[in-house]
Design a protein around this ligand. Sequence first.
Ligand code: IDP
Ligand code: MG
Length: 154
Amino acid sequence: MERTLIILKPDAIQRGLSGEIITRFEKKGLKIIGMKMMRLDSALLKAHYSHLTDKPFYKGLEEFMKSSPVIAFALEGYECVNSVRIILGATNPREAEAGTIRGDMSIGTGRNLVHASDSTENGEKEVGRFFDDNELFSYDKSEYIHIYEDFERK
Ligand code: IDP
Ligand code: MG
């Protein structure tokens, strides 16, 4: 099982799209193992977006991500990092496939609604950065027998 970090960005909160976005992950069958509303600060954002801090758009990105609270959650599932990125769609929503969250509900690259980890390694790292151990929950999901074959949920 992999873990991935999702952030509903300020545009998702402001536009009232949180429920619809969460629903897409729930319908897929992924398990929510932690969730909280939080205000992001510069230090956390610099760590989270360390691959982008030297880009010209970074200042605007940081300001935007601090502009209202966000909802962060951790998802768990078999090979979920890749499948969640597919559900998200491309970074530039104008190039994102119809049917994806970004493709269906957004237009601007800097207003693309949602973050998701981009690799198995980063999934683990980012969940650990945003959640303490006691904020993550281990529990059985009764529908798993109808979502996974045995070998997939080991
Ligand atoms: P990702 O969110 O699809 O993983 P990254 O390249 O990691 O894409 O970039 C993180 C976020 O930074 C994007 O989701 C987007 O909000 C913002 N961003 C990336 N590139 C640009 C750009 O060229 N202009 C404005 N914002 C950008
Ligand atoms: Mg990224």
